[in-house]
Design a protein. Structure first.
Length: 83
């Protein structure tokens, strides 16, 4: 398990229910992204606009159920961010 992925997932899980929705990912990256990047928890280039955040969600949501489990999220961010 990537500790960075876990820390980022927890930061994006705004309602702490253990899954991420598209709205959570977009909202959290826009509001918390710069701070997460400044702390080294997210690459600066990972702070993105709505379309890019939405596309990241779609790539990670392999089963198409509209929510990201930690495992789905971890697989995508580890691949994308090289963790």
């Amino acid at each position: 398990m990537s500790e960075k992925a876990r820390k980022l997932f927890d930061a994006l899980d705004l309602n702490s229910d253990g899954v991420l929705t598209r709205v959570e990912v977009i909202t959290a990256l826009r509001s918390k992204g710069p701070t997460l990047a400044a702390n080294g928890d997210l690459p600066f280039w990972g702070v993105s606009d709505v379309d890019t955040s939405s596309a990241l969600f779609d790539r990670a949501n392999l089963d198409g159920d509209g929510v990201l489990t930690f495992e789905e999220f971890e697989r995508e961010v580890d691949r994308r961010f090289g963790w």
